[in-house]
Design a protein around this ligand. Structure first.
Ligand code: GLV
Ligand code: GLV
Length: 325
């Protein structure tokens, strides 16, 4: 009998095929978020749970099946999972690093460009038939070349952000838990405490994971420190930014614009944010390219297979799970 995997949302075909070679698949039949009760009943019946970042995998879910062998997250971020509890229960948890680094950095840049040059606002204007001819003052935006980019968090995605900034002759400053010598050597980036980074940056791009320490890292006090001309980009996790404070900062002109791919309470968006012209809103599509999603799916398949064969899965995020066996 094949082991059973519960896949909470339909994945790209190539991944489903690979998984089907080794597993019996229980699938959420609807292409929408799996209701909590179905999540729990699926977990009861499976050996491996393959879940999405939008699902809260807490004690209740983990305890639903004392024989659960692994949790495979279809995302690089894993703040949706109670890692400490999974570790305590000797359950390996895996994520999908590397394969989505470039795609996510590209979306951060898409937002940066869109905000700086008011692309979405100008598109709306043109579609509405308001373009009546070239004008010297129409949709003036901000320069990118030669400006200062502040990168908060220099893991893989923050580093890919810096790499792209070199092509625009940007002055790159960064903050992270410790100096990142590769970033300094390869991209001439300068380490800078967060307060100073906020004061100096024309663009601030967030690339930290969501943890207790990064929750509301950017709030009222931080917006006050930023330039009035500054643009904030968030492709990390919504709660890193106090969304209410962001709304007021945008409305009051404390900062110039923001580009968001993630929200504090997804899929809800802070009321009124959608009415502002100086914000660009994406529906959490950082990794949404065909190739990237295929590769994330294949990576999940390989991790699930490794777990079921008794190996340490290659993308394990809680290697300590073995100490509790
Ligand atoms: C997307 O947000 C991810 O963590 O993969
Ligand atoms: C994401 O995995 C990152 O390291 O930035």
């Amino acid at each position: 009998m094949k082991p059973v995997i519960f896949i909470t949302r339909k994945l790209p075909e190539i991944a489903m095929e690979r998984i089907a070679q080794r597993f019996e698949i229980i699938e959420n039949p609807y292409d929408e978020a799996v209701p909590r009760e179905e999540l729990i009943s699926g977990v009861k019946e499976c050996d491996i749970l393959l879940c999405m970042l939008s699902e809260k995998i807490d004690r209740e879910v983990i305890d639903a099946n004392p024989n659960l062998k692994g949790i495979v997250n279809y995302a690089v971020g894993f703040n949706n999972i109670d890692i400490a509890y999974a570790t305590q229960k000797s359950i390996p948890v895996t994520n999908t690093p590397d394969v989505l680094t470039d795609a996510t950095a590209d979306v951060a840049w898409a937002l940066l460009f869109a905000c700086a040059r008011r692309v979405v606002e100008a598109d709306r204007f043109t579609r509405e038939g308001k373009f009546h001819g070239w004008s010297p003052l129409l949709f003036l935006g901000a320069d990118i070349t030669g400006k200062t980019l502040g990168i908060v968090g220099t893991g893989r995605i923050g580093t890919a952000m810096a790499k792209r900034a070199v092509g625009f002759d940007m002055n790159i400053i960064y903050c992270s838990n410790s100096p990142n010598f590769l970033l300094e050597r390869d991209y001439n980036a300068k380490f800078c405490p967060l307060d100073l980074l906020l004061e100096m940056s024309d663009f601030v791009s967030l690339h930290v994971p969501l943890t207790a320490q990064t929750n509301h890292l950017i709030g009222i006090k931080e917006f006050v420190k930023m330039k009035n001309s500054a643009i904030l980009i968030n492709t990390a996790r919504g709660p890193v930014v106090d969304e209410r404070a962001l709304y007021h900062a945008l409305e009051d002109g404390e900062i110039a614009a923001a580009g968001l791919d993630v929200y504090e309470d997804e899929p809800d968006i802070y009321p009124g944010l959608e009415k502002l012209d100086n914000v660009v809103l994406l529906p959490h599509v950082g990794s949404a390219t065909i190739d990237t999603r295929n590769n994330m799916g294949l990576m999940c398949a390989e991790n699930a297979i490794a777990i079921i064969e008794g190996f340490i899965p290659p993308q394990v995020v809680n290697p300590d799970y073995r100490k509790h066996v």
